[in-house]
Design a protein around this ligand. Structure first.
Ligand SMILES: Nc1ncnc2c1ncn2[C@@H]1O[C@H](COP(=O)(O)OP(=O)(O)OP(=O)(O)O)[C@@H](O)[C@H]1O
Length: 259
């Protein structure tokens, strides 16, 4: 049987003395779309940084595609779009195409010339996110949502098997958010990409993810959307406190819809 895309076993992490994550165990299967939600400061970004090996856990094991994250040979299997991706400085002198091409540097080495086929990959990634008409525009002249999509293209250009997005909808208007979820659904369903999405936007992700992880230092819930729907009130008040609006979810034949 193939190894899961991500496996965390009893992972704990503290910044100096402040415990941020305690005993987190979860598995993300290949091709799965996992949503991670939790209140501010609940450790979501820290969890992502541990999976990216930007931080090292004090306790526990992290594996990506069956390899311990410390020894992962090909880091280009993971694409990452960070929380700050859509706060690009207006005057930054780089076009969409150049920014997307920078996603290949890790694979090519910084000083190797881009070949024709590398630029083709760049253009394909730009097309995938629907930015072809803006490929030569300066990044600083794009809207937050367009910048976000350019950063997704940069993450996609090296053909990752796992794409991690940390709060991609922050500061992005409603229409761009909708387009972003359509794009993620396409990448999940048509390209069988494994996706991990950190968000505050619980209402939108319920219709796109397969499983949910609800985090507040500890994992308070980890399961399918159907399981979540059975206990949504209890889980949400544990996460965000009493009085959080309740959700009503209809599930039929894979169609997940909020009503
Ligand atoms: N570099 C750091 N040094 C010390 N403490 C940190 C550092 N980064 C985060 N923290 C603390 O760790 C805790 C978890 O932070 P983290 O950013 O992982 O939470 P989060 O759930 O992603 O929050 P948000 O939703 O606000 O982005 C918070 O209390 C935060 O203040």
């Amino acid at each position: 049987m193939s190894q899961p895309a991500i496996r965390l076993e009893d992972v704990s992490f503290a910044y100096e003395k402040e415990k941020v994550l305690e005993d987190i165990s979860l598995t993300v299967d290949r091709g799965e779309f996992l949503g991670i939600i939790g209140p501010n400061g609940s450790g979501k970004s820290t969890l992502v940084k541990l999976i990216l090996h930007l931080l090292k856990p004090q306790k526990g094991k992290i594996e990506v595609f069956g390899e311990s994250i410390e020894f992962l040979k090909d880091r280009s299997v993971i694409g990452y779009v960070s929380q700050k991706a859509n706060t690009f400085q207006r005057g930054f002198p780089a076009t969409v195409r150049e920014v997307v091409a920078s996603g290949l540097y890790g694979k090519l080495g910084l000083f190797r010339w881009m070949r024709k086929q590398d630029w083709e990959k760049v253009d394909q990634a730009i097309e995938q996110v629907g930015l072809t008409s803006l490929a030569h525009r300066n990044m600083g002249k794009l809207s937050g949502g367009q910048q976000q999509r350019a950063f997704i293209a940069r993450a996609l250009v090296s053909d990752p098997q796992l794409l991690i997005l940390d709060e991609p909808t922050v500061g992005v208007d409603a229409k761009s958010q909708e387009q972003l979820y359509e794009l993620l659904t396409h990448l999940h369903q048509q390209k069988q990409l494994t996706l991990l999405l950190v968000t505050h936007d619980i209402y939108s992700i319920l219709s796109v993810v397969d499983r949910m992880a609800c985090l507040n230092k500890r994992l308070l819930f980890y399961g399918t959307i159907d399981e979540f729907a059975k206990h949504d009130q209890e889980i949400l008040s544990q996460l965000f406190g009493e009085g959080h609006g309740t959700l009503s979810i209809t599930l039929s034949k894979g169609q997940k819809q909020l009503v």
